[in-house]
Write a protein that binds this ligand. Sequence first.
Ligand code: PEP
Ligand code: MG
Length: 882
Amino acid sequence: ANWVYKFGGGKADGGTGDKNLLGGKGANLAEMAGIGLPVPPGFTITTEMCTRFYELGETFPDDLTPEVEAGLDHIETITEKRFGAPENPLLVSVRSGARASMPGMMDTVLNLGLNDATVEGLARAAGDERFAWDSYRRFIQMYSDVVLGLDHYLFEDALEIAKEDKGYALDTELTAEDLKALVRRYQEIVAEAQGDPFPQDPQQQLWGGIRAVFASWNTERAKVYRRLNDIPHDWGTAVNVQAMVFGNMGDRSATGVAFTRDPSTGENATYGEFLINAQGEDVVAGIRTPQYLTKAGKDAAGADKPSMEEAMPEVYGELAKVFDLLESHYRDMQDIEFTVEEGTLWLLQTRTGKRTASAALKIAVDMAADGIISEEEAVCRIDPKALDQLLHPTLDPDAKRDVIATGLPASPGAAAGVIAFTADEAERRASLGEDVLLVRIETSPEDIHGMHAATGILTARGGMTSHAAVVARGMGRPCVSGAGTLQVDRDAKTMTVGGRTFKEGELLTIDGGTGEVMAGEVATVQPKLAGDFATLMGWADAHRRMKVRTNAETPAECRTAREFGAEGIGLCRTEHMFFDAGRITSVREMILAEDEKGRRAALEKLRPEQRGDFEQIFRVMAGLPVTIRLLDPPLHEFMPQDDADFAEVASASGLAVDKLKRRAAELHEFNPMLGHRGCRLGITYPEIYEMQARAIFEAALTVSAEDEAVLPEIMVPLVMSPGELATIRKLIEKAAEEVFAEMGSRIDYLVGTMIELPRAALRANDIASHAEFFSFGTNDLTQTTLGISRDDAGRFLGQYVDKGLLPRDPFVSIDEAGVGELVELAAERGRATNPDIKLGICGEHGGDPASIAFCEKTGLAYVSCSPYRVPIARLAAAQAAL
Ligand code: PEP
Ligand code: MG
């Protein structure tokens, strides 16, 4: 096998097309080198080596050694430096790079190749002793942390002590002599901590670095990140070994990060940050607050800081050309890392930049308008799930705000929550159902689980490209970063700002669009879905085949769904109307009745209420199809839950409490989900379905008399045999004819069924002779096909996914291999009997993009999902069709 791919000197063994093998970083470095951009020479060890490394019990095969040696030779030839040489030594970086970017999740070692001899050679070659010793102390610190696994606090403490001894405030005040002493101190720390001295052999350092990067693929934080982002565990990472270039060689050197368009707003203007005389990780780690590329900023003391355009006009000019070139080469917004070494520009990375949902929309729409991409490509560029960010409330502009600090608007959206100062605490509180704001000095990749659990993130340090900002944007969490006036005391669990102290658990609000931090909870308003959103959704609609309906019961939900573009109701769960305060009493009266007469009397009280609900829904939906499902849940769900409840029902119904309790005990079921529910209720208590059918027809005729079109579709739940449906269909038709006669007019309607039991899918051919439509109830169909209770699955399904026994949670994304096959089979058999049968889906999967793609493949006519997921479904349906 060929484990090593070289790049640099205007050539490369691979390119962007080799992402699977070389990882994103390696493939793009190769691509940039190949098109003649200034990339420090290096080589990539493939992701296949990562797989092999784990197969061999975390060891390397023998044939890797000569390939790495050849790779090193290649770098030495181009740079005219030698690795480990006492004069003009070559130093390298060793970095991870998976197929999908996992920012900050895996390890990196810089300045590798330094030892007690080469540091002197570096000092002579650079003509700068201080720089060489500073590089050496950084290397020992990083290598000890990443490769030797020593606690980085050991080194940070030693650094702080060294500064304190001399009365320095900044790292940059340390002299070459101070740094030499610090290096000796670091070496003592290493020797004490691990019993062996810090490795002096550059080859040993290199192999240690390579091993550590491969091993970092399987750290806990990397695994968590992959799970959150659906990245398969078996992809592996590549390792990039590359000649070091130095942004910390004085005032003509710098390092920075740039986006070719603004990643927060999508504005077509370069957005970036840089630090003069600094090394790569300083910008990303958010340790010093950086300067902007194109506009002047302020430092912590309020003094002006020039932009890169002002400070380094020539290099900036070159960089600006590179931005244009890379963006048109990749035809997408790029996120670029660069270093300037004594006035020479070097590119260290380019990748498709992460962006907020609104930036993604603006960039896609702008690029299509400029003819850079097609409308279809624009539609396919937006992650449907990311739209979620835009559909949720923003701060009410008229609400009172008690602003306590302002930071950078790192990731838009409003978030209110209680303060948590650690990721674990954020996770703990979130699991109890609290909205949590994670407040940190800065975040690190170890905080990823807390960031995910939080509704928003606030940091005291770090710029727009800090870890917190990048990860928050990717996750769609609102984030304010670099709110420098906050003093966060993690140990005391307090945050102090402007003389006020906030404790863990107190409420704060952040506005990630403005950078404001506010005490308490600030009111929010619904977003306006105009502009780029409307444009892109218009393009999506033009390419979509499937219709998108909504699952809704209340007029308010129906209105929201229509604003989001719903084209009908795919599921109206009538039982939700049974729980309303005034009605539950009649429902219970019906359940508790001794006989049919008693039940009918109670149902008569419910009928006008249901009719009123249906009228309102028909009016809001104005002629769009409305699928109303007859009663589904087991009756015990409507029964009193505790003694106070029983007492209340007793006094309302005039029945004795013990009699009530006896009746409740009679209704008790061992497995209510598989018990007396769905159409089984309609078979045993036909009067319930009769009442519901009458209410639907009465409402339909009333509204159609107002000159509004009405399209009712009556749906029968949990059918397993054609006989059930035929029986209930007859009952519905009878109710229809009675109402038509009473009210003196008629209306068209459909009768259909849910397919949510395996037997229904298997008997779909017979069932279809009584149905005008099928709606796949994939919640129950998943539950009954896998034999996994939908209410209890949460306790163990996570482990199934982690262990690779299921690819995803089957209640979120349809289990194509099992449930999907039943859906396909039912669709096929249903169509065989009734070629015009209308097929749709109304389980939760109707709002999940992967499942929507499956529905398109199966040829369903529509998907139905909750109102807030309607736009997601519209876009996903378009992408599935394209
Ligand atoms: C289903 O089972 O998929 C469905 C939509 O019905 P419910 O969730 O109400 O059981
Ligand atoms: Mg169901």
